[in-house]
Ligand binder design. Structure first.
Ligand SMILES: [Zn+2]
Length: 308
């Protein structure tokens, strides 16, 4: 996939030999042949306040703490707790002072200098099939659409995000995906409509519905593992909430959220001893896949949660 892009890149490399930004041509990407065939499912759940992580509300996600997993309910958001800055930090592996996404309009961003981890995967091996299915379309519009083999831009609800993910993972439709990012948005919508709280029915019912989606996705990953594929399964959120908003983070219910990563045999950092932040997602995915880029490594603020 992305063969056209590769050809364009080769032309640019040729043109750049004398004139382009030295940072571009200095990037040196290496891959670990023992890891490059690994696969990743990253599930983003917008507006997940950590204290709804209860057996009665999100029984599947709650149960993941009993698996071999990194399980952090005090994951630190960006200081600006809008969605745009946080999804950007997760996907680029750098904080907002670098990617400069400070709001949900993505204006004046510097995502060209700090691209999402999808770009490093595609550059490392363009045969890897990458996909992104999102309810909140600015993620694909501004961050992933040019970097991914399949990243639709049309609006869709959470049920359709799940349906698209199912079609890709189970039927290879429209691509047999190796790295898939998903974003469910209706929990954030419920929080804005009814309130972000474990006591508010409209919010926790939505969390329960999303829990059933991610449980079904986990079953799919388990059957792929049984067929010999090596998948990491991750769940992350952009921010929590308080009352019916999350705009200004001075409250732990807003500026901490969840980050979970599960794999049958990896050793993860202990959540007692390392408190993750948004930039750790990209670093962890590239580490898992054995992809090392000098550009990314020089830029990133993230730390891989996988113990070496
Ligand atoms: Zn959000």
């Amino acid at each position: 996939m992305l063969k056209i892009k590769l050809h364009i890149s080769l032309v640019i490399v040729a043109i750049c030999l004398f004139s382009c930004d030295p940072k571009e041509k200095d990037d040196d990407i290496t891959t670990d042949p023992l890891k490059i065939d690994r696969k990743a499912l990253i599930i983003g759940i917008d507006g997940f306040r950590s204290d709804i992580m209860q057996e009665s509300i999100t029984p599947f996600i709650y149960s993941l703490q009993h698996e071999n997993a990194y399980y952090n309910l005090a994951h630190i958001t960006e200081e600006i707790t809008y969605s745009g800055p946080n999804w950007s930090s997760m996907l680029t592996g750098v904080h907002l002072n670098k990617h400069n996404v400070t709001n949900n309009a993505f204006d004046n961003n510097d995502l060209n200098d700090y691209p999402p981890f999808f770009e490093y995967i595609e550059t490392a091996d363009s045969d890897i099939n990458t996909g992104s299915i999102v309810n909140w379309t600015p993620i694909n519009t501004y961050v992933l659409s040019n970097m991914s083999d399949y990243a639709p831009l049309e609006a869709m609800n959470d049920a359709t995000v799940f349906e698209n993910a199912y079609n890709m993972l189970v039927d290879g439709d429209p691509i047999d995906v190796d790295v898939l990012f998903l974003q469910f948005d209706e929990l954030d919508g419920a929080g804005h409509a009814y309130g972000f709280s474990p006591l508010i029915e409209g919010y926790i019912n939505t969390a329960n519905t999303i829990d059933s989606y991610v449980a079904d996705l986990f079953d799919i990953i388990q059957s792929k593992r049984a067929n010999g594929e090596d998948w990491i399964y991750m769940i992350i959120s952009d921010h929590g909430g308080e009352g019916t908003s999350h705009g200004d983070a001075t409250h732990p219910d807003i500026n901490t959220t969840i980050f979970l990563a599960e794999h049958p045999s990896l050793q993860f950092s202990s959540d007692c001893c390392y408190i993750s932040n948004q930039t750790d997602l990209a670093t962890t995915v590239l580490d898992f896949m054995g992809i090392s880029s000098t550009e990314f490594n020089n830029n990133t603020d993230g730390v891989s949660i996988i113990e070496q």
